[in-house]
Design a protein. Structure first.
Length: 433
């Protein structure tokens, strides 16, 4: 058998080479995990581990929360709730300078609270909000940057798939993680709105005002958003009130989204089939990454890598917040190169023991890490949300989108510092459960 330290170094080198070669990250982690486990403990146990881990993951009741919330998000997207949210927000703030930007952020927050997906939020509002902003001569960069920033809210508000995966990996209460994301999510909305207001003040000629809606139009628009409000209150209220477990909440949410869409005749047969197919494909991709991460995690446990990383970072003599700053810096760099889900699954098993050793609250750290990872989704040179917007809106260049998103990146860094300085923003609501 080979030396565990040598195998660990070889495993990480192989993993990054495979990812550079664009091998799917789940497959890469699974391959390295099985081969590394085999080199240390023998390939017989390693091969048995593949079947055991795969079967246990896809049949585990706890993991059922992922496809259920994905299905709820698919039904919500297909039933057109995003347009209703945007129209309602626009009716109240569209007449202000930069009002369509305000409406986009508010509507993204509302949509995120019932879809839980950053990519879905960005893709949806690229078709909903961008044409409206261009119709009123908003700059392309501002319109794209606002949509990209609004898209990041998908991982903060419950039900967040990224928070679910973090909770599963670290064995934290998913309900508390959902609640922990609410206040930071609202803070993000307020800070994004403030950023747009500052941009409107600095460049009044570039952010025009829209027509002012009458109160009858506003009331009519509010009447259209009863469906997403009812769905959010039903799912999150049930979670917060202890009526549902997270997995049950996912099932109830998917069922509720289907019933509401069907009763409103917004879910024809083709949309239902498309939603089921979309949720199945996404869930399969997530489970592939999860299984690969678990196999890689067994390999890491054998090599003792998490313990060595903990000893190294805590022995640097920079203090607990110095170590935290190094970890967040690492995530900002990785966010430029990797997918958010893959980043969480790959790094949390190594970093989480360090956080526990330093005495940080694991629920608070879940929010912090998701914020940092989401920043990577709009940060150059990769930024997955930027790629999504570019694919939906062909007329935009990457430079245009990144130019528009730059002010929001500064806002996110300030928000991250606020959450580090005031952990109670994230921990207050979970403490009341």
């Amino acid at each position: 058998m080979m030396d565990p330290d040598a195998v660990a170094v070889l495993g990480f080198a192989t993993l990054f080479v495979l990812m550079l070669l664009r091998v799917p990250v789940g497959m890469a982690m699974g391959f390295v995990g099985v081969c590394g486990f085999g080199l240390i403990s023998g390939f017989g146990p390693a091969l048995k581990l593949i079947g055991q881990t795969s079967m246990r993951t896809v049949t585990d009741y706890t993991f059922g929360v992922i496809p259920m919330f994905l299905l709820m998000g698919a039904f919500v997207s297909a039933s057109g709730m995003s347009r209703e949210l945007f129209r309602a927000a626009n009716a109240f703030v569209g007449h202000l300078r930069g009002g369509l930007g305000f409406a986009t952020i508010v509507a993204c927050a509302g949509f995120a609270a019932i879809s839980g997906s950053s990519v879905a939020t960005a893709a949806t509002f690229s078709t909903v909000a961008y044409p409206e902003m261009r119709r009123f001569n908003y700059p392309r960069s501002f319109a794209a940057g606002t949509i990209a920033a609004g898209g990041t809210l998908g991982a903060m508000f419950p039900p967040s798939t990224v928070l679910v995966v973090y909770g599963i990996i670290t064995e934290q209460d998913i309900s508390k993680l959902f609640m922990a994301g609410v206040m930071p999510g609202l803070l993000a909305v307020c800070m994004y709105v403030a950023t747009i207001a500052v941009l409107g003040f600095a460049r009044p000629g570039s952010l025009p005002k829209g027509p002012k809606a009458s109160w009858s139009d506003r009331l009519a628009a509010v009447g259209e958003v009863w469906a997403p409000i009812l769905l959010f209150v039903f799912v999150i209220g049930g979670l917060y009130g202890g009526l549902f477990t997270p997995t049950e909440a996912g099932g109830m949410g998917a069922g509720g989204a289907f019933i509401i869409g069907a009763l409103r005749r917004k879910l024809p047969r083709a949309a239902i089939l498309s939603s089921l197919l979309q949720a199945t494909r996404t869930a399969a991709a997530v489970f592939t990454v999860l299984i690969g991460a678990l196999l890689f995690g067994y390999f890491l446990t054998l090599t003792g890598t998490p313990q060595r990383v903990t000893e190294f970072l805590t022995g640097l003599g920079v203090g607990r917040y110095g170590v935290l700053a190094l970890i967040l810096l690492m995530y900002l760099v990785l966010g430029c190169l990797m997918d958010a889900m893959a980043m969480i699954i790959l790094t949390v098993p190594i970093i989480f023991p360090v956080i526990q050793e330093l005495g940080f609250d694991p629920i608070w750290f879940g929010v912090i890490i998701v914020m940092t990872v989401e920043l990577g989704l709009i940060h150059p040179p990769v930024g997955m949300i930027v790629f999504v917007i570019k694919s939906v809106i062909g007329e935009l260049t990457f430079a245009t989108i990144f130019r528009g998103v730059a002010p929001f990146i500064v806002t996110d860094l300030i928000r991250l510092a606020i959450l580090v300085a005031f952990p109670a923003i994230a921990t207050w609501l979970p403490s009341k459960m």
